[in-house]
Design a protein around this ligand. Structure first.
Ligand code: NAD
Length: 437
C-alpha cells in the first residue's frame, strides 16, 4: 500500500511517520520547500517528542519519503490524505477551506488508478462532498472515493495518540474505500482500537462535536474555579470529586488561563458558524467562545492585581509561552494575550519557553527572551507560570525566592501547592484554590 500525505505539519508529519512505522510506504508532500529541505536533512520543522527518531528510523528503512512535488507523490498512491491547515477565515469565523480545495484540484490532476482521497484535516460537514465534486469535475472518468477520517491526536503526545488512539473514525459509504481504509488501519486494531465506520457527514460532525465538547468542559471548570475563589472552595478537590463520577470523567477538568492552540479556538468558531447558517444555533458553544476569549484577556489583570494593582515600571518573568507543554505551537496561545497586555500596562517582560521561543518571536515583540527559568526571573517583581512544562513544576523554591526582587508568584497552571508556597514566604496566587491560599 502506498500513501501520500499532503501537508507535512503537526498532523501530516506525525501521521505519515506513524503509518510508515507500521510498514506502509509513505510520501509526505508539502509546498513549503524549506520544510521539506529540513526534513531531508533530518531536521524536524516542528517540536514533537520522539518524532525525530521515528522519522530517522523510517527514512533509513526506506519507507518514508519527502517531496514538494505533489504529482510525484500522488501518482503511485493508493491513499492520498489531505492534512493541510484549515485556519479561521478572516472576518467571519468559518473554516478557511482554500488549502483543502487547492489540494483537491492538484490531486485530481495527478491521481492514477483507483485512489482513496481522505480528508484528515478538520473540515466542516459537507466538505467531503465538495472535494468529491471538485475532483469529479476535473476527472469525470476517474475511479476514486473521498473519505472522511478526522484526526484526534494531541500535540505533545501525538505519536502515542496516533498509535494507540481511543478510536478511529472513518466516514464513507463506498465499500471499496472502506476495505482500503480497514487495511491501512489494521495494525492499530490488532491492539483493539475501536473503529467507528459511519457516513462522511457524520464523521465530519464527530470531530467538531468532540472538540467543542472538550472546549466546553475546560471552560466549565474554569468558571467553576473562579466561583471557588469567591466562595472559598478548592477547585482541585471539586474536579476530583466530580471527575470520579464515570458519567463526567477525570480528564479536561484542570483549570487554567483559557484554552488555546491550533484547534479548539478555530473549531469552536467554525461549528458556531455552521450552526448559525443552518438556523440551529449552538448557544452553549457560542458562550464557550466568548467566555474563553474574555478569560484569556483577563489573565493579565490577574497578574497586575497580584503585583499590587500596577505593573508600570515592573519586571515580569514569564515561564512558558506555548499553549501547552511539549510543543512549540504558539497558535492562539494565552501568552499572545497576556504578554502584549502587560507591555501595554508598562511592564518589562522577560520570558522563557523550552521549545516555543522561535515561534513566539514571530508573533510577539517588545519582550526579552531568556535562556532559562532562573535567568528569566532574576531581579523580577513577579514570576508568572503560563505553561506547565515539566522543568517549571519542581523549581527550587529557595532559589526562586532569592532570584525574585519581590516574592510574587502567579501560577496560572496550578503547578504549586498554595500552602507550601505560603510557608516559603511567597505571595502566591493560582486559579480556583481560594480556600487554601
Ligand atoms: P500545519 O499548519 O502544521 O500544517 C499544514 C501544512 O500543510 C503546512 O506545512 C502547509 O505548508 C501545508 N500545505 C498547505 N497547502 C498545501 C498543498 N496544497 N500542498 C502541500 N502542502 C500544503 O497544520 P496542522 O496543525 O498539522 O493541522 C492540519 C489539519 O489537521 C487542520 O485541519 C487541523 O485542524 C487538523 N488537526 C490538527 C491537530 C493538531 O494538534 N495540530 C489535531 C487534529 C486535527
Amino acid at each position: 500500500m502506498h500513501v501520500a500525505m499532503i501537508g507535512t505539519g503537526y498532523v501530516g508529519l506525525v501521521s505519515g511517520a506513524c503509518f510508515s512505522e507500521f510498514g506502509t510506504d509513505v510520501i509526505c508532500v508539502d509546498k513549503d520547500a524549506s520544510k521539506i529541505e529540513r526534513l531531508e536533512q533530518g531536521i524536524m520543522p516542528i517540536y514533537e517528542p520522539g518524532l525525530d527518531l521515528l522519522v530517522e528510523n523510517n527514512v533509513k528503512a526506506g519507507r518514508l519519503h519527502f517531496t514538494t512535488d505533489l504529482k510525484k507523490g500522488v501518482k503511485d498512491a493508493d491513499v492520498v490524505f489531505i492534512a493541510v491547515g484549515t485556519p479561521t477565515r478572516r472576518g467571519d469565523g468559518h473554516a478557511d477551506l482554500s488549502y483543502v480545495y487547492a489540494a483537491a484540484e492538484e490531486i485530481a490532476e495527478a491521481m492514477d488508478g483507483f485512489t482513496v482521497i481522505v480528508t484528515k484535516s478538520t473540515v466542516p460537514v459537507g466538505t467531503g462532498r465538495e472535494v468529491e465534486r471538485i475532483i469529479r469535475a476535473k476527472r469525470p472518468d476517474a475511479e476514486f472515493a473521498v473519505v472522511s477520517n478526522p484526526e484526534f491526536l494531541r500535540e505533545g503526545s501525538a505519536i502515542g495518540d496516533f498509535m494507540r488512539p481511543d478510536r478511529v473514525v472513518i466516514g464513507t459509504s463506498n465499500e471499496r474505500a472502506r476495505a482500503v481504509m480497514s487495511d491501512l488501519y489494521r495494525p492499530l486494531y490488532l491492539i483493539e482500537t475501536p473503529i467507528v465506520f459511519t457516513t462522511r457527514e457524520t464523521s465530519e460532525m464527530i470531530k467538531y462535536a468532540a472538540n467543542t465538547f472538550l472546549a466546553a468542559k475546560i471552560t466549565f471548570i474554569n468558571e467553576i474555579a473562579d466561583l471557588c475563589e469567591k466562595v472559598g472552595a478548592d477547585v482541585h478537590d471539586v474536579a476530583r470529586g466530580i471527575g470520579l463520577d464515570g458519567r463526567i470523567g477525570k480528564k479536561f477538568l484542570h483549570p487554567g488561563p483559557g484554552y488555546g492552540g491550533s484547534c479548539f479556538p478555530k473549531d469552536t468558531l467554525a461549528l458556531v458558524r455552521t450552526a448559525q447558517e443552518h438556523n440551529s444555533p449552538l448557544r452553549i458553544i457560542e458562550t464557550v467562545v466568548s467566555v474563553n476569549d474574555r478569560r484569556k484577556k483577563a489573565m493579565a489583570d490577574r497578574i497586575i492585581a497580584a503585583c499590587g494593582g500596577s505593573v508600570e515600571g515592573k519586571t515580569i518573568g514569564i515561564l512558558g509561552l506555548a499553549f501547552k507543554p511539549n510543543t512549540d505551537d504558539m497558535r492562539d496561545s494565552p501568552s499572545l494575550d497576556v504578554v502584549p497586555a502587560l507591555l501595554a500596562a508598562g511592564a518589562t517582560v522577560r520570558a522563557y519557553d523550552p521549545e516555543a521561543m522561535e515561534e513566539a518571536a514571530k508573533l510577539l515583540d517588545g519582550l526579552t527572551f531568556c535562556e532559562s527559568a532562573f535567568e528569566t526571573i532574576e531581579g523580577a517583581d513577579a514570576m508568572v507560570i503560563l505553561t506547565e512544562w515539566n522543568e517549571f513544576r519542581g523549581l527550587n523554591l529557595k532559589r526562586v525566592k532569592a532570584a525574585l526582587k519581590s516574592p510574587v508568584v502567579v501560577d496560572l497552571r496550578n503547578v504549586y501547592e498554595p500552602r507550601e508556597m505560603k510557608e516559603n514566604g511567597f505571595e502566591y496566587s493560582c486559579i480556583g484554590r481560594g480556600a487554601i491560599g
